[in-house]
Design a protein around this ligand. Structure first.
Ligand code: FES
Length: 192
């Protein structure tokens, strides 16, 4: 098993961003929903919308930042700032807050070497406090993707980080793999 899977560069060069956007947009023969579908695909790939990719989308589709900003509702699902491939969400709703969520957030920040809202140097993890996730019976709660950790203690945090990192090594991302293959064929390589 490889130690680390190849990752896409989350700060792509102008040339690579153009290639990625063109590859994505070529998939959509039906122009209905092209902009939203393209932005969602970029978000899935990078976990945010790098500005280099947006510039290419604007060029291809003939729209502008102003048009995009006016589509505020769907922007809720999209991010203009980088997030980790896996986001560690620490519930800071009332129950979890009383049960020690602030201390849990502090410990995650120390263990990861980042502040809430930041991304680890390898681009894998980011940390985000969230409001009630609906599991108050097992507060305090931490979740990442489909994984939910209940009754979290400070001494559990290192193991939670390790488990997410181990999961990341084994989890296949077919879309990412396919894109990396196409990019490699076009001369854009990424470290494994
Ligand atoms: S307050 Fe954390 S799960 Fe409800």
């Amino acid at each position: 098993m490889s130690e680390v899977k190849a990752q896409i560069d989350t700060n792509p060069s102008q040339e690579e961003a153009k290639a990625v956007v063109d590859i994505i947009m070529e998939r959509y023969t039906d122009k209905t929903g092209l902009l939203l579908n393209t932005l969602n695909d970029i978000q899935d790939l990078y976990k945010y919308l790098p500005k280099e990719t947006l510039q290419r989308v604007f060029e291809n589709i003939g729209t502008s930042h102003e048009d995009l900003n006016s589509m505020g509702d769907f922007f809720d699902n999209l991010s203009l700032v980088p997030t980790g491939r896996y986001v560690i969400e620490v519930c800071d709703g009332t129950c979890c807050h009383i049960q020690g969520a602030p201390q849990i957030i502090d410990r995650f920040e120390k263990e990861l070497g980042i502040k809430s809202g930041e991304v680890t140097a390898d681009g894998l993890l980011s940390l985000r406090p969230v409001s009630c996730v609906g599991a108050c019976g097992v507060a305090p709660v931490v979740q990442s993707g489909d994984h939910v950790y209940g009754c979290v203690r400070l001494i559990d945090i290192s193991a939670i980080i390790t488990s997410i990192r181990e999961y990341a090594k084994t989890k296949d991302d077919p879309e990412l793999s396919a894109m990396l293959t196409i990019l490699a064929e076009r001369g854009f390589t990424h470290d494994a």
